[in-house]
Design a protein around this ligand. Structure first.
Ligand SMILES: Cc1ncc(C[n+]2csc(CCOP(=O)(O)OP(=O)(O)O)c2C)c(N)n1
Length: 642
């Protein structure tokens, strides 16, 4: 393709090999164009803005120097991969990011050969890259393996497990530490302070002597070109870093927005690296877009916005979010109970615990992206007599599962688990779906597992969890705003294992666990017009089950349907087990469970995702008709009606 100076360079790049003939100056210009394109696209789609803007130069430099897809560029978390997507054959679809049928907001193997490894949960990149390196050396596919990992992601144990192994295996492996001194919130912890010291402290005094090994890795201009080399070397920490102790060559810090430095260092590393090497690049989250640079979260996640003003389009909300209802309820309880503590794993805003932190800083702990530690730390707090609320998103709790089993459940410690983002979450897609917590918690002996049907129930569950000291207790609630019910001032403590009747009907009973209750009620309204009046009950507890209520419902109805926002193996499965154990099926009960399907559902609106899952009101209506042997409605017609 001809590279005419008057056309945007980006128009000439469909895939990275198209930029191979570009001069360094052109690559700098290309980076500016990629930045503009990223801002413009995200202004239309919303999504992760700040992280991508911080790696624009790094992305261009990596693709200019390395040969993807043969070389494997592995983006940690991968919320910063929009510039990468723009440069790897997906620019024509970049305005479909995070939409139904569109590009994922993360890297995804099935989406492009340039995405060698999918991600969304953090701190996996070094392990994956090491796997690629070893596979390559064993005769598998691939060239270089390059992990790009953020300083926030470096707070997770997995990153160190990978470095420990990499330092031992000594394979050629490139890790780029993208240090923007930000996680979603400002990063916390000793590691973060350590990284800051590496570049904020006094330049190494004995650098020249200490630098010998690493300086030989530097490109010619840095070794011989007097001024630049001096500058570079002056600010470069060589010898004695923690990374070197782990067996990595350490190069840095370098300016991750300086194309000249980036290209020079990456070219040299590509030519010379033998074992594992870590390049420490200092970047700025939100770089080049003032509204992101100055935002508190550096534009981490944004809704659609006006490019000129940076003003985000917020959808009008009718009710407070479940997250804020939870956080306010907990903060209120902490005023009268000084044993209540709160733990978040790098998500003070996402979990709402910033509210708690402002009031009770000494009892609120942001442990960094470290869910495993968060769980065991909370277990220790509980063993020490405190009442810890370990607030995690359902999807991230998965990472702490062994800790939940081994440190909490087996010791029957009263750790409270507020589980946010339960169920399908929308634009973040399958990686963030809170699909499995009910299944993986209800099978643990001694666990209490609740789901809130609305925000008033959520407040009752916070009170219940605070009052419960006999063992672990979890309560789940979804992303987004509540249904607008009144929130009780003095929330009652629920009786453990006791559900509630919502309305009495006949023939069929629907037993709901969680916020599908609203869809159940909508379905029953439509069924009412057909003369069908199901009984509705809210189970509240998946463990322990309200056996009396369930067996009573089974005895009084021809059919029983359970519904939940979770995968098979959860609430419905436990009800089935109970009914089977009690011989209820022998008496002819017709029984159905409505659960998430056995598939990972791609991003869309939550409503759409639930439609795909078959868990919306129309699906419930049909399930009732089906179980009663009545002709079903056309779901598409019903959906357009609704
Ligand atoms: C295991 C896990 N916990 C929490 C999150 C939520 N999360 C997404 S991005 C992020 C911050 C990542 O910070 P960093 O690695 O420094 O990348 P940056 O956004 O600064 O580029 C967090 C906490 C996650 N993705 N994975």
């Amino acid at each position: 393709m001809s590279k005419r100076p008057d056309t945007p360079l980006l128009d000439q790049v469909i895939v990275p090999s198209d930029m191979k003939g570009f001069s360094d100056a052109q690559l700098r210009r290309l980076a500016d164009e990629v930045r503009e394109e990223t801002i413009s696209a995200v202004s239309e789609t919303g999504g992760h803005l700040g992280a991508g803007l911080g790696v624009v130069e790094l992305t261009v430099a990596l693709h200019a120097v390395f040969d993807a897809p043969k070389d494997k560029i592995i983006w940690d978390v991968s919320h910063q991969s929009y510039p990468h997507k723009i440069l790897t054959g997906r620019r024509d679809r970049i305005r479909t990011l995070r939409m139904k049928g569109g590009l994922s907001g993360f890297t995804k193997r099935s989406e492009s050969p340039y995405d060698p490894f999918g991600a969304a949960h953090s701190s996996t990149s070094i392990s994956a890259a090491l796997g690629f390196s070893v596979a390559r050396d064993l005769g598998g596919e691939g060239g270089d393996a390059i992990a790009v990992i953020g300083d926030g992601a470096m707070s997770a144990g997995m990153a160190y497990e990978a470095m420990n192994n990499a330092g031992h295996l000594k394979k050629r492996l490139i890790v780029i530490l993208n240090d923007n001194e930000m996680s979603i919130a400002p990063p916390v912890g000793a590691m973060s302070s350590y990284l800051s010291q590496l570049y904020a402290g006094e330049p190494f005094q004995e650098l020249k002597a200490a630098a010998k090994g690493a300086v030989s890795l530097l490109p010619e201009p840095f070794r011989e070109g007097a001024k630049r080399a001096k500058n570079m070397v002056k600010h470069m920490t060589v010898g004695g870093t923690m990374f070197e102790q782990l067996g990595f060559s350490y190069l840095g810090p370098i300016d991750g927005h300086d194309m000249e430095q980036l290209l020079a260092v990456l070219r040299t590393v590509k030519d010379r690296a033998t074992g594992p090497i870590l390049i420490h690049a200092i970047t700025q989250k939100g770089k080049g877009y003032q509204p992101a640079e100055t935002a508190r979260d550096k534009g981490h996640g944004v809704s659609k916005f006006d490019v000129v003003t940076g003003e985000q389009k917020k959808s009008p909300s009718n009710a407070p979010s479940y997250t804020s209802v939870f956080a306010q309820a907990l903060t209120k309880m902490a005023a009268t109970d000084d044993k209540i503590c709160a733990v978040t794993a790098a998500m003070p805003d996402g979990t709402g615990l910033n509210t708690f932190m402002e009031r009770y800083a000494s009892r609120c702990f942001d442990v960094g992206i470290a869910e495993q530690h968060a769980v065991t730390f909370a277990a220790g707090l509980a063993a020490g007599g405190m009442k810890p609320f370990c607030a995690l998103y359902s999807t991230f709790l998965q990472r702490g599962y062994d800790q939940v089993v081994h440190d909490v459940a087996i010791q029957r410690l009263p750790v409270r688990f507020p589980i946010d983002r339960a169920g399908l979450v929308g634009a973040d897609g399958a990686t963030h779906a809170g699909a499995f917590d009910v299944a993986f918690l209800t099978n643990l002996p001694g666990f209490v597992v609740m789901a809130a049907a609305d925000e008033a129930e959520l407040v009752r569950m916070v009170a219940t969890a605070a009052a419960y000291d006999d063992g672990p207790i979890a309560f789940r609630f979804p992303r987004g705003e509540g249904v607008g019910v009144d929130i009780p001032e003095d929330a009652e403590v629920l009786e453990i294992g006791k559900g509630r009747m919502i309305r009495e009907g006949a023939k069929v009973a629907i037993l709901s666990f969680g916020t599908r209750l609203q869809e159940v009620e909508a379905a029953c309204e439509a069924l009412g017009a057909k003369g069908i009046t199901p009984t509705i009950a809210d189970a509240r507890f998946a463990k322990p089950l309200d056996k009396n209520m369930i067996l009573d419902l089974a005895a009084r109805h021809d059919a029983l349907i359970t519904i939940e926002e979770g995968a098979v193996g959860g609430f419905g499965s436990h009800v089935a087990q109970l009914l089977s154990d009690e011989g209820v099926f022998d008496q002819g009960l017709r029984f159905r469970t409505m659960v998430l399907p056995d598939t990972f559902i791609d991003q869309s609106s939550p409503k759409d995702m639930y439609a795909m899952a078959g868990l919306n009101a129309e699906d419930i209506e049909n399930k009732v008709l089906e179980v009663l042997g009545i002709a079903q409605i056309g779901v598409d017609a019903a959906r357009s009606r609704g």
